[in-house]
Structures are given as structure tokens and as C-alpha cells.
Design a protein around this ligand. Sequence first.
Ligand SMILES: *Cc1c(COP(=O)(O)O)cnc(C)c1O
Length: 427
Amino acid sequence: MKDYNIDTKCVQGGYTPGNGEPRQIPIIQSTTFKYATSEEMGKLFDLEASGYFYTRLQNPTNDMVAAKICELEGGSAAMLTSSGQAANFYAIFNIANCGDHVVASSTIYGGTYNLFHVTMRKMGIDFTFVDPDCTEEELFAAFRPNTKAVFGETIANPALTVLDIEKFAKAAHSHGVPLIVDNTFATPVNCRPFEWGCDIVTHSTTKYMDGHGAGVGGCIVDSGKFDWLANADKFPGLTTPDDSYHGVTYAEKFGLGGAFITKCTAQLMRDFGSIQSPQNAFLLNLGLESLHVRMPRHCENGLAVAKYLKNHPKISFVTYPGLEGDKYYSLAKKYMPSGTCGVVSFGFAGGRTAAETFMKHLKLAAIETHVADARTCCLHPASATHRQMNDSELVAAGITPDLVRMSCGLENSADLIADIEQALEQI
Ligand SMILES: *Cc1c(COP(=O)(O)O)cnc(C)c1O
């Protein structure tokens, strides 16, 4: 599929049936796989042969869908995980251990921030959070001798900041570590971070890739470009023998293209088992088949809503990276020339009360802690996800008490704007 356009890869990537085989990806609903001899099975355990033995580690349906996402991102290898949280945890934990350190953008998704700042800190991995707009000097100053990776989001959820991928890649590479980018909001249809120097991409496939609010999932894709052996002292897990696999050295045996994902499957999936169910992988693939058709519509609706709100007297601010005049407009144009995403955030001249009144009167846009769905949804963080915070804590978290986040779906934009208009009239 390498030479085809991304639209074609969305539809047909990852799986090419042979004669008489199912046209649609088969759901291999089986926990286990049979072998004629113990010797044959033994080879799988030694990583001497590739094949399936237990769905806690690998399943053929998952691998077909992962192969499609790998093609979309232009990577060398990929794996599905049970959620976006699992994808980000595995991507970091595959190369950073107790005593190590990671540099991350400060405007990342709240769930990822909590995973890093609280849970992974308990595991002895330290994080330094940097303003994504910091200067190169400030970014360089965040590194330590034990830094093992740099992390950011193409478009941050929900801050909607755009990561300067080239700046972050340069800083990572000059310190001998990879850049990991969570590409959930942009999707490979709008941005392919590997083309800008990123080394590993993660996804919450729960969002646009699934696109229908049907299944929680995640994905990790390796570009195959980061040279672990050239920085061998930093990444002993990849460059020295793994005793739990009879002394295999991943970077030597599986090369640049295969080492990261093979280690992540063989060690982390084996030990933690956060695998996506084959049923969910099947549903995810149905979403991927139309990703290239849906993304432009999400962006079109997002831009239409952003433009409408921008000129409304009851609205105090609009944040949308695809809107001319937005702080991130030029970065968005550079990294995502064909569109950003469908998520828009905005505030009200009438403050928190106005936001609450607005939410109460929406008819089409449903109140949900979700984004990137075919159906438009809306959230007032101050009264939902962030309700434990007082007003000054909210401001420190980059969320004002009047902020509303709207994820524009695939409906007609005139209907969405009419819904917004009638809700604004109630204020
Ligand atoms: C939702 C989200 C996640 C977490 O993904 P889950 O599938 O909910 O575990 C991670 N990163 C970003 C950018 C997200 O939007």
C-alpha cells in the first residue's frame, strides 16, 4: 500500500485478502492458537519464529488494524492497546525505568498528565513539564543526564495548543532521545509527525479513528528511524540481552524498524496485558475506513462554528487553531495544511453563569465527557471534569470558569450554528 494516497490506505490498508478469503477483516475471536508440536510453539516463545499463541500478547485481527494505522502514519511497526492511556504508558515505560526522566509538554491531556505526574512518578520516573511555546534554550534546560524521551501532543486536548514538532524533535535528538507525539486530535489524515522528525506516535483510537463513540482503544506506531544502538547506554532495555527472552537483544535481532514494538509486545503486553479486544479492533477498522472522508467535515464544521462565535457579542474568546488570528494559526498551517480538528473552545462575556445557561439550552449538542465523535458534544469543564477546582485553580490549569469545549461532529453546520444561536439567545 506504500505508494497509494492516504485515502486509499484508510480504506484498504493493513489487510489484502487472498483468493476465497473474507473481504472484510475477520474477527479472530480466540484466546489461544493451536500447534502440532511443542517445538514449534517453543520457537514462538523464544521469538525465533513469529506467530500467535495467546491473545493477551497478540491477536491477528489487532495486527491487521495496527498495520493499517502503521501505513497511515508511515511507520515501520505498530501495535494496538486497550486504550490511549495504555498506549502512552507503554510508549514511555518501554524506554524509561525507575530512576529515569522524561520531558513533556505541559498542555497535554489531563489523563496523560495524571498518568505521568502521579502514577508514573510513583514508579520512580520523573517528569519535567515545559510550556510548549518555550524557547529552544528553555527546552534544552529541561534535559538531564537520565532523560529518556520527550513527549507532546500534535494538538493538545483540551488546550488546543499546537506542538512545534520540529523544535521538540531537534531538542530530543540533540540529547540522544526520541520524540513521542500523541497524534490523537490531528490523526494521520491531517498530520504525520514522522515527516517532521518525530520518532514514535501514539493514539487514543477512541477519538476520531473510531469516530462513532463505539470502542475505547489505543495504538503505538514506531517510525523505525531512531537509532537505539547509537545511544546504547541510554536504552539498555533495547540494546542489552533480555533475560526473560533467553538473552535476545531487541535492537540487534529486530533492527531499527522492529525493536521498539517487539519489546513492547514481548515484555509490556505480556506482563500488563492491556490489549484491545479483537471485536473493538474490528469496530476501529470500520471507523478507519472513512477517516479521510470524516476528518475534512469535522474540520469544516469546527471552522464554521469558530467563525460564527468569533463575531458574537456574547462570546469573549474563541480558541481554534484553524481560525485565522488564533495564536497557533501559523503552526497549524505548517503542520496541518489541510485542517486541524473539530474541537473548538470558547468563553462567555457573562462568565460562568452564561456558560451554564448556554449548556442548559443546547439541543443538538449533547453534554458528554467525550470528543471526536460523529455527534456533536459539549462540555463545561468547570462544572464537570474540573468541578473540584476553585476559580483560581481553574485559571492555573488553563481553564477559565466560563470555558466551554465543543467537539463538532458530522451534522450540517447550519443546524449546529442554529442550535448554538438559540442557546446564546437564552443568556
Ligand atoms: C482521550 C485521550 C487520551 C486517552 O485515551 P483513552 O482512549 O481515553 O484512554 C490520550 N491522549 C489524548 C490526546 C486524548 O484525547
